[in-house]
Design a protein around this ligand. Sequence first.
Ligand code: ATP
Length: 848
Amino acid sequence: MSASGREVDAVATPKARAGRAAALHRRVEAVATAAAGILDEIRPAPADHHRQYELAERLRAAAEQVAPGWAGAPLETLTAATPPGDGPPTCVRVGAAAPLDDARFPALVPLFGSGHLSVDVDAADPRVAGLLRALLLRLFAATPAGALLARVVDGGPGDTFAGFAALADAGLLPPPATDLAGWHAVLAEAEQWVAAGTARQRGHDRTLLLVVASLPDGAAPADLERLADLADRGPRAGLHLVVAGWPVGGALPRATPLAVRTAYALVGDPPAAGFSSPGTESPGGLNSPVFVDEDPPAELVTEVCRRLARQIEDGSRLALADLLPSDGLWTVGSVDGLSTTVGDAAGRPVSLGFTELTPHWLVSGRSQAGRSAFLTDALFGLAARYGPDELALYLTDLGDGESFVEFLQTERDRSWVPQVRAAGMAADREYVADLFGELEAEVRRREEASRRAGGQRYAELRQHQSLPRIVCVIDNFPLVLRERDRLATDLLARLDALARAARSYGIHLVLAGEGDLGIGGPRDPLLGQFPVRVALPGGSAVLEPANDSAAGLPVGSAVVNTAGGLGGPRGATRGHERMIRFPDPYGDPQVLTELRRRLWSARPEGSVPPVVFAGYARPLLANDPRHRAALAGRVHAPAALLGRAVDVRRSTVAVPLGPGAGRNLAVLGRDEEAERLLVTAVRSAAAAQPEPGRFVLAPLANGSAEPAGVLAAELAGRHRVETVDAAGLRAAIESGEPGYLVVFGSDVPDATELPPELLRSLLLEGPPAGRHLLGWWRTPAPLAGLLGPDGAVDKLTAVAVTDVPGGRLERLFDRPVWWEPRPGRAALWDGPEEQGTVFVPFGTGEAA
Ligand SMILES: Nc1ncnc2c1ncn2[C@@H]1O[C@H](COP(=O)(O)OP(=O)(O)OP(=O)(O)O)[C@@H](O)[C@H]1O
């Protein structure tokens, strides 16, 4: 059977259990009748031993039928792996009846569904203590986890059932009542149980077992009357008693009495049917000494209890559905804030949200601590409550790999969560910079709207404008600050300003990652902008140093603190802090898929899918919207397309090749990427050229003849293409004829023989006359020499750089330049702006 199948079994549905209870009743009656019939045959004791053996054998076989496994098998044959039955056992074994020394059969007493057991000696007698432990073990082990609850009264030392401690955590067997107050509490609880009526009336079908190992000092006769009354009314309501030390005032109603003698015990008549046949004059009871079960092995008790506790825990594991609203999708407004259930604390749902007072969250946990799980729960909770008019989501993760895929379109499933505007996976820091730019712009728009409306606050603005709250999640945020360089410093300063300004305009940030997320020491005012802290396992660093409430958390739990991580007295109830459990949303992928589809189906008309940036992927020229438009003849301004920016909108990075001065492209880099960039630039410029044009290809660098040849063949269908050497290039430049001059290796010795003035004037004056230079340089010096020391680069050409670091570009640009080369990325400087645009160059490949 599958693991999940077992779980279902362990915590069965109420209907299934009710069915079992009915079956239990029927079986009890049948068993009592059958047992009475068989026992009739051994009373009076037949003289002949042979018949005794035969009867013992028949009784053994009958016992196997009515009390199989845990209910009736000898303890030494049972292991922790012995499976439970399908409900509380109707009969349970108390020991072995031995009419002859070597003719034995299990001594069973009826219990669940019919009656109780009373023992005349209490658990101070070690044999009784052992018997009670054996009984409790059998009953719990025989019953599916959760279907049996027990309460224990142990007025002696109170440790009779110490070995069953694991059941306490699972809520199946609380610590014993050892004094008068505890005893009265147990009586009251049992009375309540009975008062609530039958299982059906109670709305659940669990069975309560009350075990009295010994009465506490001071137990009054009135208490015993209450117990007798419970015994009388209990079975109908699913309450059963095992009472040791019940000699008092006659029989316990509906109980099978067990009398302990020196060497053995005697089992009296069960309540519904006696062992003796009607009309006989026997003293009643089982006419055979019974050797009561001995103490079960401690390890067996521990293992069984742990198994039950585990099953209870599994059975009570939360599911994503528990966090979702029960009254349908998108029923609440976000004017005053956002709120969702993020988990449960002691069985109660815990909400967390975003308001002006609790605007931003920090979520910390070590790797594999369930950070994505927690965020996924919270985001789906929000997306189920607030529609796209109320909530917009930006999801970013700087860590490697795919993230947030549950929210996004995939190749197989084109649905998406309609609140998600954009997602960045394996995102670069530049993506975060651009994201901040988008949010800053939105804050400015909202500030402006507020000003225009006479200083209205966000909630007032919402009365006449659609201004959804925005939640922006950045996972693995510490990677933004890993290098403490200019970009990091800049981003941190912008974060500070953004966090302050955004809170009043319904824009909220969730920063997640490991450790303290790197955003400052305890007294850093920036931290004050993040009053909500969620500490997952290993995430204590987002709490105050003295707050150790997240120490030792297991996966699937978190400390949620809304007071900036502030602790409080140990053990005290902290209103601002809760320890929660949250579900594993990946536990049932089907549920996520269905939820996404439901949200997607409810999307407003005209919704567009989120814009997704995946840092590990290569965009393709053939898929680029601008290139496609050019191929379709819808673009009439030629431009060289290089790739897609590392930004939220996935802008196409293009160098316009119009008639303005300096509309040329210099690609700089030693790697193949640089050469490919030149080829892509030419290919896309050719596609955007409305009329047939002239392309002069000069493959001067070693190895460039081949890519130039491929390019020439490709362009030849539509354009005039010439492939030339250095002399041919010079001639082409001097001819003054319009067209694109494409130079592979503009810094090879051949090319450097070209007079610099010739190239310079081409760069400067060519574009207005329809002549553009698209060249590839491998080192910066020759290019810097050509462009001159006076910072004129902006007037002469756009520059795309691959593997040359910023430090080596200063001479070229005549100003400090920040660029850290990395695989699969390039940067473009086009115009006087200091910062280049980081982009992912187009890859080579087929269109999707
Ligand atoms: N509530 C939960 N109960 C049990 N298991 C969980 C729970 N939440 C997550 N898990 C499991 O823990 C593992 C880690 O979860 P998750 O991917 O969310 O961690 P993470 O912290 O985001 O990891 P990383 O950032 O290192 O990728 C997964 O296998 C997930 O199924």
